[in-house]
Design a protein around this ligand. Sequence first.
Ligand SMILES: [Fe+2]
Length: 190
Amino acid sequence: MELTPNSFAMSVDAGGILEPWTSKIERRLSDMAGMYADPDAERDAIAAGDAVVYEVYQHDMPNHAGELVVCTTLLYPGKVGDEFFMTKGHYHEIRERAEVYYGLSGEGQLVLAKDDGAAEAIPMRPGTVAYVAPCWAHRTVNTGSEPFVFLAVYHGDAGHDYGTIETEGFPLLVLERDGEVAVVSRQEAQ
Ligand SMILES: [Fe+2]
């Protein structure tokens, strides 16, 4: 495999779009059907316009542990029922691959889970640098009223395992309760 031969610069514009990006992901509510806790609210939200929940702008790199993939995510404000808009969340296919998140604008929560049942949440604001340790699934949630924008860096060979979260769900939910942000366990919410 040919490694990236030369160093280079990327930049992030005021809107959070990484330049130059080589691939873009756009996810609507219907692309993550079944992931929100309230199925009726989710169905209604999809029928009511199927909003774009988030966009990812990524500079792709060779699939090699020595490379680093850089991407920015624009996670839009919104809720499904009382659950804030969020990303699908994933483990890395190679579990032993860490990741770094850097908050650029807006605010949210980085929720983390391990297959032994451990779970935690890290508040994210502009300037927050969050270290996602190896073997932790990670999902971001926009708890504010403007786009939550962050940059992420991860190993080129990490890969994405979305299926485990799609099947098992995330142990933590981030909800609005009495006008406040509440991070609650899935069991407690049901
Ligand atoms: Fe990741």
